[in-house]
Design a protein around this ligand. Structure first.
Ligand code: ATP
Ligand code: MG
Ligand code: FE
Length: 361
């Protein structure tokens, strides 16, 4: 199949054309980071407006790059959940209009399930790994999710562990604010940590008891905050800090970033090991995805877990880690070939669905 994918759930406007669920023929991402930077986070109203302005040029460019015509498309896929509702609506409306005018099926895709699929994508004719089969452990580490999955196939993932507070990407973003670094925070913390000593500060890694596969990052964030700014005194009901991030020396900031990064990533690898220990059947493959898989330290740590535990590791190429439409179009192929498509009344939904369901113990 040749499928056009559209992604607009947050602050990336993206379109891609993917052949047979694997080969990316054209792929364009317009990021809005500069629009949101001065606010230190994504402003929903600004995001929807920017999607509206950018989507048509992005679509034309992706189809042009793919060297196909709109009439060659077999289906139109769109990330319709979860995300910012105003942003999702822009992508969903465009996809509805295109599918209707081209007379092809419309397929609504779960953004988080798509992150989990992104490791399958290849460019051009390079060989692709076989589609994920039985006994796969899945990991999504992104701005809104930190979850472990028992994966039965591209469209079948059940949650076995998830964060009870912040997502790891959110923790990176908040750490960046605490350390006085820019937005988006993840790449800024990674760059700052490069010159740092991760042994300098012992930051807490929350295990949530001996059995849990869940995650918690709020204690780590608070510990970092107190290291940087001191313990607050309460004055007139409000916390007042002695120091600010401006008072940090360069080396101190780098050491804090490195120590934070190590604690955050170890929280993830320890739960992976726990899931492996607990599984009776045994996993043969680890599939990871989401924006934080762009982090080189995390990639290295996942590679060593995989090596140690004799797992095949499937992790997206750097460009398919953060939000992109190629993962949407790729996953949609599996629904297209199964004849499982949506009606033109497809709705945008801000809350998770499929990839959010927890497996019963
Ligand atoms: P979700 O996919 O859960 O709905 P999202 O779409 O906002 O959330 P993604 O685009 O998948 O999230 O990932 C964005 C997150 O990844 C941000 O929190 C960002 O800081 C983080 N991130 C991106 N690059 C890196 C990096 N190199 N190191 C650490 N974190 C990173
Ligand atoms: Mg984003
Ligand atoms: Fe995402």
């Amino acid at each position: 199949s040749v499928i056009l994918g559209i992604e607009s759930s947050c602050d990336e406007t993206s379109a891609a054309v993917v052949r047979d669920g694997r080969v990316v023929l054209g792929h364009v991402v317009a990021s809005q980071h500069e629009l949101h930077a001065e606010y230190g986070g994504v402003v929903p109203e600004i995001a929807s407006r920017a999607h509206l302005e950018r989507l048509l040029p992005v679509l034309r460019q992706a189809v042009g790059e793919a060297g196909v015509g709109f009439e060659d498309l077999d289906a139109v896929a769109v990330g319709n959940r979860p995300g910012l509702i105003g942003s999702l609506l822009v992508g969903v409306s465009a996809a509805q209009a295109l599918a209707w005018s081209l007379g092809v099926p419309l397929i609504g895709i779960d953004h988080v399930q798509a992150h989990l699929y992104a490791g399958h994508l290849v460019d051009g004719e390079e060989p692709a790994a076989e589609v994920m089969a039985e006994r796969t452990l899945g990991l999504v580490v992104s701005g809104g999710h930190t979850s472990l999955y028992d994966v039965g196939g591209p469209l079948d993932a059940e949650v076995i562990g998830r964060t009870i507070d912040d997502a790891i990407g959110e923790a990176y973003d908040k750490a960046a604010v605490i350390l006085g670094l820019g937005f988006p925070g993840g790449p800024a913390v990674e760059r700052c940590a490069a010159g740092g000593d991760a042994d300098r500060y012992a930051l807490p890694v929350s295990m949530l008891g001996r059995e849990s596969l869940d995650f918690s990052f709020s204690g780590l964030k608070t510990a970092l905050l107190y290291l940087v700014r001191g313990r607050p005194k309460t004055v007139a009901g409000k916390p007042v800090f002695e120091r600010s991030s401006q008072d940090l020396g360069e080396q101190e900031r780098a050491d804090l970033a490195a120590s934070f990064q190590r604690a955050a990533v170890h929280a993830v690898t320890k739960k992976i090991e726990r899931a492996l220990d607990r599984s009776a059947a045994g996993y043969g493959r680890l599939v990871a995805g989401g924006g934080v898989t762009a982090n080189r330290y995390l990639r290295g740590e996942l590679a060593s877990v995989a090596e140690r535990r004799d797992l095949e590791l499937m992790i997206p190429k750097m460009i398919y880690c953060v939000d992109n439409a190629a993962m949407i179009a790729g996953l949609a192929h599996h629904r297209f070939v199964a004849g499982d498509v949506d009606g033109l009344d497809l709705a945008a939904m801000s809350t998770p669905s499929g990839a959010g369901k927890r497996k019963k113990a």
